[in-house]
Design a protein around this ligand. Structure first.
Ligand SMILES: NC(=O)c1ccc[n+]([C@@H]2O[C@H](COP(=O)([O-])OP(=O)(O)OC[C@H]3O[C@@H](n4cnc5c(N)ncnc54)[C@H](OP(=O)(O)O)[C@@H]3O)[C@@H](O)[C@H]2O)c1
Length: 295
């Protein structure tokens, strides 16, 4: 695919590693202005230099944000808004897998906070910028997770299983995407989830040894981050997907979307997330009720 993204501004989380870094490189190579969101300045700068070298595009910026911290996400959104007028593409790629239950500064379970609440808040805080930049797209990178979210124990206080907790965050990415797509006001805005397939990255570096051994074997069949990025780029920029919204996309194809019919879970998660991030209080979600949009 010959992609020309000159004049487009793209914000991408998890941009210093794996799929996020390869996607940033592909976007920069296509001529976009790329704003990398990274939590560590050193790792971010190192990746930025590599992306500039590989793409030949100097227009690669770095924004520091820890997605597990709502204060940090709010500061990053404000920082972006002070530097840029437009946002044509937001890619939520950052995620973390942890074996132990850990809490962030707000007392929320770390994987739920980083993998779901971080992108939920960041996206909502930038919705109006996306809205006046149409055509614009939100892509959330996730997996075909069938894990059901336990709304009675969202923070894993009663029972914590790392694999289940991580799977629940990937389900949350899907539920969030479908609920977001229903809320988008502008016809030129879309929100989709993307499955990159099995990709050789650092994601499971904290997993227990048996799982790491299994993954080492599975990685023999896994794709490179660059291959995964090609698939994401189709969803993020091709005309074919210009009006596709609320879908699950893999490698340039709409695929079966788990939980897509579970409107109750989608809306319940949206409400809980708005409450947990304070969006209900500030009204910053800038959204219309789901009932006023066609499904
Ligand atoms: N790899 C696969 O096979 C696969 C399959 C399906 C879906 N996915 C999805 O693809 C996405 C990208 O994962 P990946 O495989 O590319 O993994 P990765 O190489 O580990 O990249 C994850 C990125 O997220 C960042 N991150 C983690 N916690 C953060 C925080 N608190 N604040 C800001 N950034 C944070 C990491 O930054 P640091 O470097 O600072 O830790 C890193 O840049 C994830 O959403 C994952 O669920 C991956």
């Amino acid at each position: 695919m010959n992609t020309d993204l000159a004049g487009k501004t793209c914000l991408i989380t998890g941009a210093n590693s794996g799929i996020g870094k390869a996607t940033s490189t592909a976007l920069a190579a296509a001529g976009a202005t790329v704003v990398m969101v990274c939590r560590d300045r050193g790792r971010g700068e190192e990746a930025r230099t590599e992306i500039v070298d590989k793409s030949g595009n100097q227009d690669v910026d770095l924004l520091i944000a820890d997605l597990s911290s709502q204060g940090s996400v709010r500061a990053a959104a404000a920082d972006f808004r002070s530097r840029y007028d437009h946002l044509h593409l937001l890619v939520n790629s950052a995620a973390v897998f942890l074996t132990q239950r850990r809490l962030n500064d707000e007392g929320l379970e770390m994987m739920f906070a980083t993998n779901h609440l971080g992108p939920f808040l960041l996206t909502n805080l930038l919705l109006d910028v996306l809205e006046h930049s149409t055509p614009s797209r939100v892509i959330t990178v996730t997996a075909p997770s069938t894990t059901r979210i336990n709304f009675e124990d969202l923070q894993g206080e009663q029972k914590f299983n790392a694999t289940h907790a991580f799977g629940a965050t990937k389900t949350a990415n899907l539920l969030f995407t479908y609920a977001l797509a229903r809320r988008l006001k502008e016809p030129g805005m879309t929100a989709n989830a993307c499955h990159p397939g099995l990709v050789r990255t650092n994601l499971m570096r904290h997993a227990a040894m048996p799982m790491r051994l299994l993954l080492r074997f599975l990685n023999l069949f896994a794709a490179s981050p660059e291959t995964a990025a090609k698939g994401l780029l189709v969803a993020a920029s091709s005309q074919e997907f210009e009006h596709v919204t609320g879908q699950f996309i893999h490698n340039g194809q709409v695929i079966e979307a788990p939980h897509i019919d579970d409107l109750a879970a989608q809306e319940r998660l949206w409400q809980v997330s708005a409450e947990l991030t304070g969006l209900n209080r500030t009204g910053a979600s800038q959204t219309v009720p789901a009932s006023s949009r066609p499904a």
